[in-house]
Design a protein around this ligand. Structure first.
Ligand code: UD1
Length: 417
């Protein structure tokens, strides 16, 4: 269901909502389920298009996948294919994550270079180097990468870059390798840790996850599990930023403040008021005029690249000159032209975005060009006076469950037509 979002902006977002399960973490759980022949049940899976796409990728390999509300049942008793069709792979980047599990279980796996958001060069060399280090031969055959190994063997692997999906894919493969694998320079994102915890609940022996050095003692096989996906910190961050952009007061009841340190510290620098619960819950409001800030998007626990664009939209409402320096992807700034259409004073210089905030935005016709660029124009539209019409809604559907309902619950005037 595509269409457009129509936003009548200028109203502060106020109230409380709960966010869905993490998009990225949920995608990892579907791929992780392929490591066992037993049934796996996953709860708190977000109702977003990317989950349906990932389910189809798993089904194309012969796995049974049943989605029932926010619960997903997966069983990969046998594989009928070891490589998903290219059209499925192109639908989302996480499709490449099936390679590690299938290689580990069957001894061979193929996958084309994956699709996903056009946010920069997105190679897979970290994944492939990891498979090679575990003893697989990896070669290119047409559009596909093919990996083969009669038995994977644990070893010490240094990742050139702490790639998030690269870490997860190599961890997946290593769970069934002979001996111990140490991944040095591993990604430390909470979603990676959660995937490791899920695998441990299936009988894997993984330690050090959440730090840059992860150890995986290989086991012969993994059994089924029932697992709950963590709340989406990026979705939470997006609504909190919407609250600040509109001068509102937003509480996310199930946000984990420990996963939002970098964002909450930027809120403090902005002079917004931040309140956190003991375990869960984050509230943000703006009792004072806000101050311009500098932001660098870097790997976790630094400021997340996925909140770069929503933060930029928010900073258009803050008096003074703010900057965002993008250090993860080289094409994260597609949203800039769209915010300019709304009247934002914002320019790109290399990997930096410079925002002269405090001016008024006015409603216009804009496009969501990727998931997070889409979130930025929605925040811009909420802050702008008058009507904003957002095309490219399919991008937002990939990452934000029930966006209109969530925003309406916070008092926004928004409709999908
Ligand atoms: C994941 C997330 C995405 C998030 C990103 C960074 C999913 C489905 N997606 O994407 O939402 O924005 O982490 O937090 O979980 N790189 C290499 N070689 C590789 C792989 C990556 O050089 O083999 C580089 C990329 O070009 C990029 C950087 O590493 O500059 C970050 O990419 P990576 O961490 O791999 O992001 P993804 O895992 O694709």
């Amino acid at each position: 269901m595509d269409g457009r979002f129509v936003i009548h902006g200028g109203k502060p977002l106020q109230g409380e909502i709960a966010v869905s399960g993490s998009k990225n973490a949920a995608l990892y759980t579907l791929a992780a389920a392929l490591l066992s022949a037993d049934p796996v049940t996953i709860h708190n899976v977000p109702d977003i298009a990317d989950i349906n796409e990932m389910a189809d990728v798993c089904r194309s390999l012969g796995a049974a996948v049943e989605i029932s509300g926010t619960t997903v049942h997966v069983q990969a008793r046998d594989f009928t294919s070891t490589s998903p069709p290219i059209a499925r792979v192109m639908a989302l980047r996480a499709s490449f994550l099936v390679m590690g599990p299938v290689l580990a279980r069957v001894g061979e796996a193929g996958c084309a270079s994956p699709g996903g958001d056009v946010i920069g060069v997105r190679p897979v060399d970290v994944h492939l180097a990891g498979f090679r280090a575990l003893g697989a031969t990896v070669e290119r055959s047409g559009a596909e990468w093919l990996a083969r190994a009669s038995k994977l063997r644990g070893t010490r692997i240094f990742l050139d870059y702490p790639s998030v999906l690269g870490t997860v894919n190599v961890m997946f493969a290593a769970t069934l390798a002979e001996g111990t694998t140490t991944i040095v320079n591993a990604a430390t994102e909470p979603e990676v840790s959660m995937a490791a915890n899920m695998l441990n609940s299936m009988g894997a022996r993984i330690s050090g996850h959440g730090t840059g050095i992860m150890m995986i003692e290989g086991v012969d096989q993994l059994h089924g599990t029932e697992y709950e996906v963590i709340p989406d910190r990026i979705e939470a961050g997006t609504y909190l930023l919407g609250g600040i952009a509109t001068g509102g007061d937003v509480r996310i009841t199930n946000a984990d403040p420990r996963s939002l340190d970098s964002l909450l510290s930027k809120f403090q620098e902005l002079d917004a008021k931040v309140e956190v619960g003991d375990e869960f819950g984050v509230q943000v409001s703006c009792p004072h005029p806000l101050r311009a800030i500098q932001v660098q998007a870097v790997p976790y626990p630094g400021f997340p690249t996925d909140l770069h664009a929503p933060m930029a939209a928010t900073l258009t409402q803050v008096q003074g000159v703010s900057t965002i320096h993008e250090r993860v992807f080289d094409n994260r700034t597609l949203y800039v032209g769209e915010l300019r259409t709304l009247g934002a004073r914002i320019i790109v210089g290399g990997q930096s975005v410079i925002i002269e905030g405090g001016g008024n935005l006015s409603g216009a016709v804009v496009r969501a060009l990727d998931i997070r660029a889409g979130a930025a124009v929605v925040i811009g539209g909420l802050a702008a006076s008058g009507e904003t019409s957002v095309a490219g809604v399919e991008h937002l559907d990939r990452g934000y469950a029930h966006l209109t309902e969530q925003l309406t619950a916070l008092g926004a005037e928004v409709a999908r037509i």
